[in-house]
Ligand binder design. Sequence first.
Ligand code: PLP
Length: 375
Amino acid sequence: MRTIQMVDLQTQYAAIKTDIDRGIQEVLDSAAFVKGPQVTRFAEHLQAYTGAKHVIPVGNGTDALQIALMALGLKEGDEVITPTFTFIATAEVVALLGLTPVVVDVDWETMNISVDAIRRAITPKTKAIVPVHLFGQCANMEAILQIAEEHHLYVVEDACQAIGAEYTFSDGHRQQAGTMGEIGCTSFFPSKNLGCYGDGGALFTNDDALAAQIKAIANHGMVVRYHHELVGVNSRLDSIQAAILDAKLPHLNEYTAARQAAAAYYDRAFANHPKMLVPGREKASTHVFHQYTLRLIGADRDRLKEGLAERHIPAMVYYPIPLHLQKAYQDPRYKQGDFPVAERLAACVLSLPMHTCLDEEQLQYITRSVLELIQ
Ligand SMILES: *Cc1c(COP(=O)(O)O)cnc(C)c1O
């Protein structure tokens, strides 16, 4: 049996090596390492894939989130609502810009931001909502966009884990993760669903003026060369990463299907078990399974994790500490017990290996081991 990894990038690379190597070699031969034609080409292809009007590649997903909030012209003291159960980057950029993060609880079933909690958190200072499409499925975007419209708020989607997830609105029309709010952000970190071989990210928007603003901010606030109209940053996707992503994008649907097949295998093995709950599904969204995350009920997580490790099966806790209990984000407004669902999730979630190359033998070994070891 092949070694089981949380994410197996070697096997994935081996299958597309010729295309990847050719793409990288072209960049080396041209020496256009920055702003090469690969970057524009990839952006166009991703535009066609997602249906977003504009795709602006940047250096990483965290930069994408920061640039999004800068492009919306948010000012110190403006409140930005985010879920407390997420990766830190979401709140980090809010704090870095001097905005006020307002964290809210999540839904127990989907682990995504709670719509009721958003409603309760809105104040006259609220300017934006940043829903995170956690683990690969879209948050309840129809309700979130409705709230945003009622209260004149911006929506910036953190779609770093959900590229390719599709959301169906009640009128039947569909949109992809990252293309529904004013701005969507994604990451091409190697382990993400569409990963490069270094750092990368992108912003999506359907608004021409915002697209222009985002491009300027990502390029030192420059529109005309050496004329700086705003304070910007330097954030670029380099040509080698763009070439790699362009070679991988045609495989994204097949990668998603492989993740969904692995998730279906896990679901079947663990359904109706008294000590674990399989991931609940957001009704209107497809799930692209960036992670497959179990909720353990009355089981010893550490022991299970150690037992799996002894059998060379990695498992990870995403995320062990909600934002409001992180040291760097301590805030007199929040204390332990304020967000019970997020706190309960942090204590009981366990993510199993999830990637595009899990085979039946591995899945059987993983599921059998979990069933034998859970207690
Ligand atoms: C990965 C990730 C980010 C940050 O992306 P980077 O490219 O690593 O900067 C932000 N938010 C979420 C939810 C993520 O999973």
